[in-house]
Design a protein. Sequence first.
Length: 412
Amino acid sequence: MKFHTAVLHAGKTELEKYGATLPPVYQSSAFEQQSAESLAGIFENKAPGYCYTRVANPTVTAFEMRITKLEGGIASVACASGMAAITNAFLNILQSGDEIVTSASLYGGTIDLFRNLGAFGIQTIFVENNNWEAFEGAIGEHTKLIFAETIGNPGLDVTDIERLAELAHSHGLPLIVDNTTATSYLIRPLELGADIVINSSSKYINGNSSAISGILTDSGHFKWTREKYPVLGEYLKYGPMAYISRMRATVFRNFGACLSPQNAFLNLMGLETLALRMEHQCENALGLAVWIREHYPELSVNFPGLESSPWHEIARKQLENGYGAILTLRAGSKERAFTFIDNLKLALQVSNIGDTKTLVIHPASTISLHSTQKQKEEAGIYNDLIRVSVGIEDLEDLIGDFQQAIESMEKQ
Ligand SMILES: *Cc1c(COP(=O)(O)O)cnc(C)c1O
């Protein structure tokens, strides 16, 4: 199935048994079994079935199966948020004393999470993205995983996934990629060699800002070993399902950040239009970026679809169907950035991306507030930077709104 078809039909479950065209919302915390033995079987992971929604739920399964198909993996685990998915992905293999090597160009919440992991004895080394010597130099005997975002939020650097996966594998390490900003519409990191892909489905997958959620998908290709990943020990017998089996049996159910069935349903609704929305949003973003560059070059618009982006070549090689729908610009100072944002009439001031509506934010004072100055610089977050998540409005209206906001800023 090609992508526009797959978002509607891939990974269908048996849920629609009365001919419903949508999966039902199984809004139930627990599921009855007909015998003590069958409930025991489900608890031991020996029989398929449902017992308790924190562990699994049929509507959530339907969402997981569709994402698994779209990302080209073998299984997915949906979580209460993108942050919960990232946390589960890491803690499923890490122990105190382990290290993570990551691209420094990341979503602020993920940088904050790395700091929290420090309290549990897990250290993180941040390196410049796509700097292969820096990655090589940072990998040591305690390193257990490599992490990067497909398109850094909001640095908008495009990771060369194929190359980073090769580098990770040459050290016997898995590559975990956050694909939130690109989505499987633009790129399927697992096909390029990444081992686990994570999406904050609160963003483009949901598309309407109606539910917080996250999901991770395993390729099943990584060769885990008992020596390097002792926590996976007893699950290695499940072969390619070792990673997901351990997660479902331990950290996922015990940390308890499960996805509600209602939110899984909202995501399934959103998913149906993912391709259509992304197509239009990517076109709008390119159109807006080109317009800003032509009319206001001093605003240093950054967008991977512009040849001026240092990441344009990687983006061209790697992304299909577009260059994403996020752009940034630099107003010259924090005060001018605030004035510009306040003057926008159509774009909403919202700490989110991937909505149908155009959203705008000043990252340095919001999503990256808790990062150190050094972390901000490494992540490409300047004091005058404005991030725009371009929506599906008519491009002419967006240009009109940006033009009047820029002109009002110039007058002040
Ligand atoms: C929003 C975001 C997250 C976190 O997702 P939540 O659903 O808000 O927890 C992680 N990574 C990226 C790139 C994001 O944009």
